[in-house]
Design a protein around this ligand. Structure first.
Ligand code: ZN
Length: 246
């Protein structure tokens, strides 16, 4: 059983009739509806305006993979909460999946250590290319698929060199984007996935949903075989003594 929490800022859905018409219960609820068809996943929803910004310790510490969608209220997220998320991911206790405009969220930027800046433009057709069919996040995904309308997100995308680049987006205006990128930080795994603009319908696309599900399985904690210490411990005992005592 993998415990998944989908954190959504959940503001556009309340303030915009257009967004409400597409995602009446929130875009996180659309993702949950799909994930709930997998009995291995236990999925919770949480939102910025919930108590403790949706992530009190008892929820955060009970989450194996945290999905994050935010846009207009990145700055409102408590820095203390962001630190807790970073520590939990670095310690290998939780995976993190940043969706769409979460490229600019506090936790994503803190986790990967860059600005997360990118260029953006009008909604348009996108071709999503599967660049790494052997990667577990690409399981079941064809060589490419088309999103009829997505917000243009374009390079330069300030993420540095990801540990794996699984998907690349090509937009009809000619721009390209590293749309699906994996990062290893500490003992934790992070995936960024670009589709999911609030005016588009990408969280109903079967391939987008499958990729998100695949990413949850990839990012889940890996049960490290030794204790990860969140510190820089001083070594006092030479490890070579293990050999000398044989
Ligand atoms: Zn957007």
């Amino acid at each position: 059983m993998i415990k998944v929490t989908i954190w959504n800022e959940f503001r556009h859905e309340k303030s915009s009739e257009r967004v409400k018409a597409i995602y009446p219960n929130g875009l996180h609820a659309a993702i949950k509806e799909y994930l709930d068809t997998d009995e291995e996943l236990e999925v919770r929803l949480s939102a910025l305006d919930d108590e403790d910004q949706g992530l009190p310790d008892e929820v955060l510490n009970d989450t194996d993979v945290l999905l994050w969608w935010g846009h207009m209220a990145h700055k409102e997220v408590n820095d203390e909460l962001v630190d807790k998320i970073q520590t939990r991911v670095y310690m290998g206790k939780m995976g993190f999946i940043a969706l769409h405009s979460a490229h600019y969220s506090k936790p994503f930027r803190k986790l990967i250590g860059t600005s997360g800046n990118l260029s953006w433009g009008r909604d348009q057709k996108e071709i999503m290319w599967n660049l790494m069919p052997s990667h577990p996040i690409a399981a079941g995904i064809p060589d490419h698929f088309i999103l009829e309308s997505e917000e243009l997100y374009s390079e330069p995308f300030a993420i540095g060199q990801p540990d794996a680049l699984v998907f690349g987006g090509w937009f009809e205006d000619g721009h390209i984007m590293r749309s699906g990128a994996c990062f290893i930080r500490g003992a934790g795994r992070i995936f960024y996935f670009q589709p999911g603009h609030e005016y588009c319908r990408s969280y109903y696309n079967p391939y987008v949903l499958r990729i998100i599900k695949n990413a949850i399985y990839w990012a889940k904690p890996c049960e490290p075989g030794y204790e990860i210490i969140n510190d820089a411990p001083h070594i006092t005992e030479p490890i070579i003594n293990e050999f000398n005592n044989l």
